[in-house]
Design a protein around this ligand. Sequence first.
Ligand SMILES: [Ca+2]
Length: 461
Amino acid sequence: MNNFLKYTFILSVVFQAAAQDIKSAKNVLFIMVDDLRPELNVYGQDLIKSPNIDALAAAGTTFKRAYCNVPVCGASRASLLSGVRPTAKRFLKYYSSINEAGPNAQHIVDYFNDRGYTTISNNKITHLKNDIKTWDEEWHPKDISWRNYQDPKNRDLDANKKPGPAYERLAVEDSVYFDAQTAYKSIEDLKKLKANGQPFFLAVGFVKPHLPFTAPKKYWDLYDESKIRLPKQSTFPETAPKIANHKWGELRAYKDIPKEGPIPEDLAKTLIHAYYASVSFVDAQIGELINALDALELRESTVVVLVGDHGWSLSDHGLWAKHSNFEVALQVPMIISAPGLSENKISNSVAELVDLYPTLCDLTSGKKPPHLQGNSLISSLQNPDKIYKSTALARWQKGETLIENNYFYTEWTLKSNRIQRMLYDHSIDPYETINLATLRRYDKTVENLSQQLKLFKKSFN
Ligand SMILES: [Ca+2]
């Protein structure tokens, strides 16, 4: 081959590669579900009815040990979308802004914009509206308030800024609530995106099962309340430090909830029933969305991610809501279904929400920005049977939790530099009932974990 032919051959290979890149660029359908703990059939919860999320899991890999990095909406989402971990100085509040990540942390929306993607945010992706200015489109459903009650009595209270009830059970159509409107809007987007042909990052944020638990009656009717059980550990563990406790103000703010003391058992079961109904309601909306993706024949070119933003206590440890360092507040559902990768697999590797951004870089064949602090989960998606990671780090206010294999170790450094500690070994105590940090024979383990926590914190800033 003479030089000219060689040159044109190389050029044509380069052009072909570029053309192929554009053709094979994978879309991303990123589904976030607000306050969804892994209360799902695929996570072994036998009472819950989540057939559509289970079907998604059957088409991908489910991470059984996925954790948020901050158990509160805004901070968790800002960390995930920026790829930056929380510290004592950033991502502390429910209203934390992604800007706290600093100017050098290119967030995931700019990352996809720069690569020619169409980027759309529907409903709750960042906690603060308009926190990310560079979405091609940011859409929110509208009502008198985010609580979106439908009962006229509840709407009156809400309109007058008075507390309404924690749940609502009305025989209404799905379409009256935000999540059904969000699914509908997202399906219309999928149609347009398919016609437009550009790769897309479509982020769909469902707001149930966040409080108030407002789900149409037909989803309540899927459950027999007499079969609902309270968690195995439904009182605060005697050996846990007081600082691990909280007053679950988020739930107490509702008018049907006692302002102090525990929730009576009957009401607790109704609230769990309401949470389940909300999960089944959101599951049905997710089903509509995935069915549309299939009907439009976009599945083979689209990575689908489903995650929650943090866990939730349903009277576990005598607590409700998020805002704690117990596993139920930290664990999230995480399912990733990508063309050509494992189907119907469970990964027992530890995964963190901060890992999602680098994972999406790999899944869409993009270069990873240097600021990312998580690890791509691509190896787990290729070999779900292998453990690639055993450590996670989460923080809630002054409490820092290191998850290391079966150990869940939390320390709080108080003003006087006094340290409070909490340690559970999930291989012997999965419900976190005995604080092993109070036992002398665990002194060495505590010392090692404390050291490891310090080293982990030094690895990023
Ligand atoms: Ca949330």
